[in-house]
Write a protein that binds this ligand. Structure first.
Ligand SMILES: [Zn+2]
Ligand SMILES: [Zn+2]
Length: 241
């Protein structure tokens, strides 16, 4: 470390990228308080969509929603619940350009991947795509940032063109499950189908909200020739169900 950066560090102690509190000397990254406040998802959870169950007395099993509706993906898993400090951090990262969080999120997701699967299980990581207009607005696709980070840590190649979003969709907060499915029909398209044929895919996104988007993406990838699709997100929404 050169003199200037030493001096810079001395004058400006590093900040936690989650809560923006200044850290004690010698500390870096996300502070212990933030780490302890994240609701990390542990069993029991739904064997299909991965939503955690409140009762700790049960074994992992499919949740009511997964029994009622057909999911095209085999297994979705997330690191934490989408609330509190993790929700705030994702918001800051996605909408306020706090990109210093990207490697931390990537590290957690790579660990999650190794916990629930093995890296050699997958042929490709595919980020959930953004429509070109949204991409221009935001400047980056958050799912692609995560896929790149996970790829670097697991050696699984990522493909950003295999799945494309052809139409932009309005926010789906007030739609029912069936209406969401309807609204997403024809929105995504699988390309490079020769390469997709017979492959095991891990779809990557930041938040699993209702699952409608990843489900539609999974359907399109399976129709495009993929053998199996699983889903990994940073967070899983647990409210408004
Ligand atoms: Zn913090
Ligand atoms: Zn479920």
């Amino acid at each position: 470390m050169d003199f200037q950066s030493t001096l810079f560090q001395f004058i400006l102690p590093s900040q936690c990228p989650c809560c923006e509190e200044f850290l004690e000397e010698g500390q870096g990254g996300i502070c212990p308080k933030c780490l302890s406040e994240i609701h990390w998802i542990t069993p029991p959870f739904c064997t299909i969509c991965g939503i955690p169950f409140i009762s700790e007395e049960v074994e992992n099993h499919p949740c009511g929603a997964c029994i009622t509706y057909r999911n095209y993906f085999t297994m979705a898993r997330a690191l934490g619940t989408y609330e509190g400090i993790l929700q705030a951090a994702i918001h800051r990262w996605k909408y306020e350009g706090k990109t210093s969080l990207t490697p931390f999120f990537g590290e957690w997701m790579a660990e999650g991947l190794k916990r629930y699967w093995t890296p050699d299980f997958f042929d490709f990581l595919i980020p959930v795509p953004l429509h070109i207009e949204r991409l221009r607005e935001r400047g980056f696709n958050q799912a692609l940032l995560l896929a790149k980070e996970i790829s670097g840590r697991t050696g699984i190649p990522y493909r950003k063109k295999m799945l494309q979003k052809k139409k932009s969709t309005p926010p789906q907060v007030n739609l029912s499950g069936a209406e969401r499915e309807q609204a997403l029909r024809g929105v995504f398209q699988a390309t490079e189908e020769e390469e997709l044929l017979g492959k095991s895919i891990l779809l990557v996104d930041d938040v699993y909200t209702t699952g409608a988007t990843v489900n539609e993406c999974s359907k399109v990838l399976l129709k495009g020739g993929a053998k199996r699709v699983d889903v990994l997100t940073l967070a899983h929404a647990v409210k408004n169900y």
